[in-house]
Design a protein around this ligand. Structure first.
Ligand code: HEC
Length: 300
């Protein structure tokens, strides 16, 4: 099929194949970079959650002087000594759940939630990805995170380990504050030891789609550079190889037809493969001239 093709056509085909291979390589690179980028973003988001939880955990619970209409949940209640005002406590997990709800409504990218296989609040129940992640962290304590692509989303999770301070509410039910028992009973999420996987922080981000990656290539500058590269290659082969080969072929044909003193166009300073062919033809022509003279002498 290719045997009748000109060098120019073959070369153009090779150029296009090369281009396709480079683009494929870039695609793979961008795809890897994309995952790293999403992971970094998710990690940053999870770190904020860790910091927020730590801020509350370090002081026990936060007390608020009234409940916002959309966040009526609280752990304990206290009335001031003069009986005029009420205060409500929010433990780290509860406050984090409320923060997560606010973020889910307002955030344009990362949303998060805290979940566990031993959840106290049904709103915290894990989904498929999260259940698998919890299992992974329980099986392998060294695992730092898990990630997955689901539909148009990137999912990320990192483990939450039990520390000494958690045992008050997640260790022996006997030690637990009465309001925890009153609200959640003495069965759920107790009996943990320090170092156990208590749950996970689960982050969700919109994925970068293949179309989006593809569209990044479809900008005038990139396309212009590709056309420029093609023209550069096209003109170079045209000028350095094809045009000279054609001239050489024509001259050689005329030599063969008897114009033996036809000058071969010299290319001063150039010593590439085409020049070697021209030199070889020149030698051949000289040999033919010598042979003809000898022949003429013998005949004459
Ligand atoms: C003051 C008591 C208290 C302490 C201390 C406490 N927790 Fe909790 N934890 C709770 C309560 C109550 C819930 C249920 C919250 C809700 O309704 O969302 C909970 C829920 C959770 C959840 C979410 C899953 C679920 O059960 O719904 C995780 C994860 C969690 N706690 C981890 C921890 C870790 C880790 C620590 C220590 C750093 C800790 N907790 C300390 C009371 C506590």
């Amino acid at each position: 099929m290719f045997s009748n093709w000109s060098i120019q056509l073959k070369y153009s085909l090779i150029f296009l194949i090369t281009l396709a291979l480079i683009v494929a390589g870039l695609f793979i690179g961008i795809y890897t970079l994309k995952t790293v980028q999403l992971r970094n973003e998710a990690t940053a988001s999870a770190e904020q959650v860790v910091a927020f939880r730590a801020w509350i955990a370090n002081t026990g619970v936060v007390w608020v002087d009234h409940l916002a209409p959309e966040f009526r949940d609280f752990l304990g209640k206290r009335t001031s000594s003069d009986n005029t005002s009420e205060y409500f406590s929010k433990n780290p997990a509860l406050a984090t759940r409320e923060l997560s709800e606010i973020v889910s409504k307002t955030a344009t990218r990362a949303t998060f939630r805290v979940t566990s296989d031993e959840y106290r609040n049904p709103a915290n129940a894990p989904d498929g990805f999260e259940t698998a992640a919890i299992q992974t962290f329980k099986n392998d304590r060294k695992q730092k995170f898990t990630e997955a692509f689901e539909g148009n989303f990137y999912r990320y999770s990192q483990p939450i380990f039990v520390q000494q301070s958690c045992l008050k509410c997640h260790g022996d039910p006997k030690d637990a504050p009465p309001e925890v028992i009153a609200k959640y009973g003495d069965k759920r999420a107790f009996g943990y030891k320090v170092g156990d996987v208590r749950g996970i922080i689960s982050v969700k981000l919109p994925d970068v789609t293949l179309t989006q990656v593809f569209l990044t290539f479809l900008n005038p500058l990139t396309l212009g550079l590709i056309v420029l590269a093609f023209l550069l290659n096209f003109l170079f082969t045209q000028k350095t190889i094809i045009k000279r080969l054609k001239e050489l072929a024509q001259t050689t044909e005329r030599l063969a037809q008897g114009e033996l003193d036809l000058p071969l166009k010299d290319n001063p300073g150039s010593h590439d493969e085409v020049d070697h062919v021209r030199h070889a033809i020149d030698l051949l022509r000289n040999s033919v001239v010598v042979a003809m003279r000898r022949l003429q002498k013998t005949l004459g």
